[in-house]
Design a protein around this ligand. Structure first.
Ligand code: HEM
Length: 471
């Protein structure tokens, strides 16, 4: 008798699992065109609701319902990798999660902690610029444009920023962390078929459970070593781990080893690839829109270069057009197109529908941010639209960092990294497409963070500012 959201025709046992094709956000948007902005799917034994309109998103994640949907689905992968689903990104809503979020707000992302780590971000951006400068001079220097493969540079850069903030170490060139992170992404936390069809998990036909267990113990070993190093040595000052270990001494019940390891892992998983993928999309957009690129350069010349210096983090709030470019990139290419799935903790009624307890909730941010009912020329890259400050705070319409209680706590840090890195790349180099007459391919590849299908290769040469400034 329940009034459930509409649903397509499904099969016994598998329900609608067969309908999900990569890229899933596109496939769900297509389904919404016939089923409407709120529809439900049966994924094996799990029920899911998919939301594709800004008003419905706001209703699901608004004050009243936000608390009901503040849970996360429980998955096999995070049971092994994120300490029995207890790390901040996957923990069920409740006291433990609230405590983790409090630690994030007060001890990791507070303005004071971000100020403490400013030098790290500055240093890593300079190191990225030096690498590109070296490549451009080895290509003949002067007026010659040289080819640069940006993906490995950008992903190395963001991983180093996060690793240094967390553990005081650079990891560029060392493959251990990268391998562990990419194996985790490969196993895919919310897409394992065994979480929907328990029989698959029970017999572990594809060896997934075995791999997840093995990966969990490799990650734990790596993290325990990091904690051990930090306990033994005084050279690690001002890292997230030393800070949390100091707090552990006075409040051991809150800051257990497991809590600290879980926080470190989540920072690495949630913070590095999301940011590097966004930088790659932003550069790709700019190469396809040389007029926009020129406008960003002019803004940077007017605010920074005319003072004969390189961009600093303190400039990021003043460079509004640059920030609009980043917002427009996140609108068209959100690194978490379906956010992270939420789950309902009790039966509720939303948008006129009955939603049973335990329902998975997918908010299709990618589709909402391209909805022609909300956005003028939604498929066009137009940073000017963000001149209107209001757009950034209309939660249900622009939600690349999610919204409500489970919204991204790293948003401020991500914006600092994105703005400083993108601004510095544009200030210090002139950029053009690898093949001048051919647009950069903007198709989406496979993966949770919606990476580009074709890694970005661009051409660049040093700007005149580098003649006067030492990086
Ligand atoms: C461009 C960069 C980033 C994007 C687009 C992004 C986006 C998101 C989104 C969409 C969510 C889920 C929100 C929801 O479920 O409603 C999320 C959660 C989260 N993000 Fe980010 N994020 C970024 C960078 C970062 C960084 C740099 C960090 C930390 C170093 C971080 C840490 C987290 C954590 C811990 C959560 C889980 C929150 C919870 O479940 O309570 N993110 N992020």
């Amino acid at each position: 008798k329940q009034n459930l959201p509409p649903s397509p025709k499904g099969f016994p046992v598998i329900g609608h699992l067969h309908l999900l094709k990569e890229p899933v956000h596109r496939c769900l948007r297509d389904l919404s065109q016939s089923l409407g902005p709120v529809f439900s799917l049966r994924l094996g034994s799990c029920r899911a609701v998919v939301v594709t309109s800004s008003s419905a998103a706001e209703e699901f994640l608004s004050h009243e319902n936000d608390v009901v949907f503040a849970n996360r689905p429980v998955t096999t992968m995070y049971a092994y990798v994120l300490y029995s689903n207890t790390a901040v990104s996957v923990a069920p809503y409740g006291d433990h999660w609230r405590n983790l979020r409090r630690i994030c707000t007060a001890e990791i992302f507070s303005p004071a902690r971000l100020r403490d780590s400013l030098e790290i971000r500055r240093d890593e951006v300079r190191s990225l610029l030096r690498t590109i400068q070296a490549a451009s001079s080895s290509g003949g220097g002067g007026n010659n444009f040289v080819r640069v493969e940006l993906r490995p540079l950008l992903s190395g850069f963001t991983l180093n920023v996060i690793m240094r903030m967390v553990a005081g170490k650079r990891y560029y060139g060392e493959d251990k962390v990268r391998e562990l992170i990419s194996e985790t992404f490969e196993l895919g936390g919310f897409t394992y078929v065994g979480d929907f069809l328990p029989v698959v998990k029970l017999f572990d036909f594809d060896g997934y459970v075995k791999r997840a267990k093995k990966l969990g113990s490799k990650l734990d070993k790596f993290l325990q070593e990091l904690l051990h190093e930090h306990r033994g040595k005084t050279e690690f000052k001002n890292t997230m781990i030393t800070h949390l270990l100091t707090l552990q001494e006075s409040q051991p019940e809150y800051y257990t080893d497991e809590t600290i390891k879980g926080l470190v892992l989540v920072m690495l998983f949630a913070g590095s690839e999301t940011t590097s993928v966004t930088l790659e999309w932003a550069m790709s957009n700019l190469l396809n829109h040389p007029d926009v690129l020129a406008k960003v350069k002019t803004e940077l010349n007017n605010i920074v270069s005319r003072e004969g210096r390189l961009m600093e983090e303190s400039d990021t709030s003043t460079c509004t057009y640059l920030n609009n470019v980043i917002s427009e990139t996140l609108r068209l290419y959100p690194a978490a197109p379906l956010l992270i799935p939420h789950a309902s903790s009790r039966d509720c009624k939303v948008a006129g529908y009955d939603i049973p307890r335990g329902t998975w909730l997918f908010i299709n941010a990618w589709a909402i941010q391209r909805d022609p009912k909300v956005w003028d020329e939604p498929e066009v890259f137009k940073p000017e639209r963000f001149h209107c400050e209001e757009l950034k705070i209309q939660h249900g319409k622009f939600l690349p960092f999610g919204m409500g209680r489970r919204g991204c706590p790293g948003m401020g840090l991500a914006q600092l990294i994105l703005s400083l890195a993108l601004g510095s790349l544009i200030q210090c180099f002139d950029w053009e497409r690898d093949e001048v007459d051919m647009a950069v391919d903007m198709s989406e590849g496979k993966g949770h963070t919606m990476p580009k299908a074709v890694p970005l290769v661009a051409k660049c040469k040093s700007s005149s500012i580098l003649d006067n400034c030492v990086i």
